[in-house]
Design a protein around this ligand. Sequence first.
Ligand code: OGA
Ligand code: MN
Length: 306
Amino acid sequence: MDVRPLHPLFAAELVGAELTLAPDDELVRTVEDAMARYGVLAIRDARISDEQQKEFSRAFGPLELPSRAKGAARPEGTRQYTPGIFHAGNLDHNDEIIPYGSDPKSLAKGAERFHTDSSFHAMPTKWSLLHGVETPPPSAGGDTWFVDARAAYDDLPDAMKGRIEGLVGLHDFWEGRKLAGFKAEITPEMRLIIPFPTVTHPLVRTMPYGRKALYIGGHCFGIEGMEPTEGLALIEDLYAHATQEKYFYRHQWKQWDLVIWDNRCTMHAATPLHSDAYRRDMRRTTINESGPETSAYEWMGLADAA
Ligand code: OGA
Ligand code: MN
């Protein structure tokens, strides 16, 4: 196996890995080491099933499960979802293309702002693994962009590092949607459908290998104990700093790519397809550092209404 850098700061490609067999110690060590160094790891031509993706993912941590409602069996003739898999892409329950922008709540558009998966979840996630089962031609768009939040932290002036050390970020699913451009008021009905309360995570995370990273993705809208506008202004400053092009790795998908990212120290953003003519079927597993295999709803004691 060979690990080849894709960008001067982070992101690499793992070549020569065999993912169709149960992951052995060497593969697990190689992936853990590459992830610690590069934060994003792409494996091309990973022709694996949903079950194999889950088995591979579980070698690195317990799965975060989608809500029970999403995992439930669907009417015959409609698309069945594999339990434990989150679906990105543009296909609906009938396996038809969802025209871009037609979702009235713009839920998918939330992913177009740089974010880390499940930061609205009280339990911090470890990695996500996204598998391109059907991908559009490269010229059609749909690339995923990544930034290195460790390099962004390293580059902050010392005064800013001092100012943010020990601060705690406020993360909220619906506030994140507002930041991503969702214009309407957030109603109590919406809070019933997706009922996540505001949770907190440290603004600066220290990785197990010692590097620090900004943890400000997507759903972070304020700072504990700070006046709301002041907290948001600080988050927006840090977000603008961390999403400069010099921190970008742009992944152009090919069918069967598996891209792994560390949610603790990178952010990612979906980019739209230029046309509704192409199918994009992306399947994601997300893992936690430890704990039971459970959904955010179950872990936070919420009604699973989604
Ligand atoms: C995700 C995600 C981006 C994409 O699955 O978490 O943000 O380009 N996907 O599909
Ligand atoms: Mn995401």
